[in-house]
Design a protein around this ligand. Structure first.
Ligand SMILES: Cc1cc2nc3c(=O)[nH]c(=O)nc-3n(C[C@H](O)[C@H](O)[C@H](O)COP(=O)(O)OP(=O)(O)OC[C@H]3O[C@@H](n4cnc5c(N)ncnc54)[C@H](O)[C@@H]3O)c2cc1C
Length: 470
């Protein structure tokens, strides 16, 4: 398209949109970026960053509990939610400004307002229409709504970050990572938390040992988990909420939070006028180059409904821009090898294939698994256990997956993710000298496969060491 206002118009200044805009502008493209909310999108404003800050606050509570055994005397520590939220908000504002500065330095034109596609090359924002040779949709996702009676009284993660106070009793509906992270945060900050799980497992997309193991740890921390149920109705009373579960129980609580999944942000985006197709789950259909059915329009990040994580959105953004700018690129994301963490207490870290997936793909596998009490928890006699598991292809010896529940699991798994990308074998783990005494060394000292049969679930035959041994 000759004489377009911009080479690239990006819709959405979240993780994907900001990265795409800067990446393209730094390579000489004339770029505009439209955003209807604060810069930085979900991750910065209502996701990873504020969530991790609240999670650090809750973890500090654990440290207070452990510290007496290490000789520290502490008068009863107190916690102030308003201080935490005010400090968190100040940090988010700082990050918003950092993003504005980065975009300015790259020469990206930021347009504030809600953008809508007019056609394959034109976008309307705040009463003005812009033209562009290419358009990138990076509008992210939002919490899935609910339709049961009284669901309007429930909050989602969006509101959880701005509660004026943190009430005593909290019911969380959901079984995914956002549900267990907030359950851990609220329980860690001393609240009574009930988690309602529709199925039989939390974190059901993770390795089959992770959910049950984490559930036991959450229960040890005082969280009540009810499986195979959800909410039928919420009724508001003068000072509290009365909830009826699907199995007819009544729960009285001060706050209900729904964490039942997220849906792509595609409403009122003008997709029909541009001729863009959606998948049945509402996400935007794209090809291997992140191009939609309309040649000039691309889409990346949560709105394409693949792996909904910030580092994935960033990687997709850069690959899409290379295609948009017509540069030949061999870069592609291996969606099987994406490492991720859940900042529950304890943390979960995972990379590669789960035991179920490996079996499903026809691998004959060996499972290496260890469950133990970390050295740090021995003096205080803390009940927390750590789980580590390797899924190994028995024929090639390649490590297909690594999974962990325990302190700093995300940091530990990040290193293992590099090894998996380099096609590491179990023999390489065995030949690696451990760092002693650390949690991570357990990954290189698991010698005996606990199970080599074809039935899933290594948990029952697991090697259970009482404590971490030299
Ligand atoms: C509670 C929570 C915790 C999370 N924790 C983690 C974590 O620990 N690690 C991790 O990797 N990921 C985490 N995520 C996921 C992560 O935040 C997302 O994967 C990531 O933000 C996706 O980036 P995105 O650019 O696709 O979308 P977003 O970041 O959602 O950005 C989309 C932007 O588009 C804007 N927008 C939408 N429609 C329009 C329009 N029509 N016009 C203009 N602007 C528009 C929105 O306002 C938004 O700013 C978390 C998410 C949540 C909700």
């Amino acid at each position: 398209m000759a004489n377009a206002d911009f080479d690239l118009f990006v819709i959405g200044a979240g993780s994907a949109g900001v990265r795409a805009a800067r990446f393209a502008a730094d390579r000489g493209a004339r770029v505009a970026l439209a955003e209807s909310g604060p810069l930085g999108g979900t991750c910065v404003n209502a996701g990873c960053i504020p969530k991790r800050l609240l999670s650090y606050a809750a973890e500090l509570g654990d440290d207070f509990a452990l510290c007496r055994a290490y000789g520290w005397g502490l008068d009863s520590p107190s916690f102030d939610w308003a201080t935490l939220i005010a400090n968190k908000d100040a940090e988010i504002r700082r990050l918003n400004e950092v993003y504005a500065g980065l975009l300015k330095r790259s020469g990206v034109s930021v347009v504030h307002g809600r953008a809508k596609l007019v056609d394959a090359h034109r976008i309307a924002v705040a009463g003005k229409t812009y033209s562009a040779r290419s358009i990138l949709i990076a509008t992210g996702g939002k919490p899935q709504g609910a339709t049961f009676a009284g669901s309007e009284f429930a909050i989602t993660s969006n509101e959880a970050f701005h509660l004026p106070e943190l009430p005593k009793r909290i019911v969380i509906v959901g079984a995914g990572y956002i549900a267990v992270e907030f359950a851990s945060i609220f329980a860690g900050l001393g609240r009574e938390v009930t988690l309602l799980v529709r199925g039989e497992r939390i974190l059901k997309n993770f390795d089959l040992d992770i959910g049950p193991f984490l559930a036991r740890e959450l229960v040890k921390r005082g969280i009540t988990i009810r499986f195979k149920t959800s909410l039928r109705e919420i009724t508001r009373g003068p000072a509290e909420f009365s909830c009826e579960t699907l199995d007819g129980e009544r729960l009285t609580t001060d706050l209900v939070m729904l964490a039942t999944g997220r849906v792509p942000n595609t409403a009122d985006l003008g997709l029909e006028s541009a001729g863009i197709d959606l998948r049945p789950d509402g996400s935007i259909a794209i090809d291997a180059t992140y191009r939609t059915g309309v040649p000039s329009i691309f889409a990346v990040g949560d709105v394409i409904g693949r792996v909904q994580l910030t580092p994935v959105a960033l990687a997709e953004a850069m690959i899409a821009v290379e295609h948009i700018l017509g540069r030949s690129t061999q870069r592609a994301i291996n969606y099987d090898e994406i490492a991720t963490a859940v900042f529950s207490h304890p943390n979960v870290g995972t990379v590669g294939l789960t035991e179920e997936l490996a079996r499903g793909r026809g691998h004959k596998i060996s499972i290496f698994r260890s469950e133990f009490t970390s050295l740090r928890n021995t003096l205080p006699h803390a009940p927390e256990r750590t789980l580590m598991k390797l899924v190994v292809d028995a024929q090639s010896d390649r490590v297909l997956g690594a999974h962990m529940v325990g302190a700093n699991a995300g940091d530990i798994i990040q290193g293992i993710a590099v090894a998996l990308r380099c096609k590491v074998r179990k023999a390489d783990f065995d030949e690696t000298i451990g760092i002693h005494p650390t949690l991570a060394e357990e990954f290189v000292t698991m010698r005996e496969a606990v199970k080599e049969t074809d039935s899933p679930g290594a948990a029952d035959l697991a090697h259970e060491a009482p404590t971490q041994m030299p």
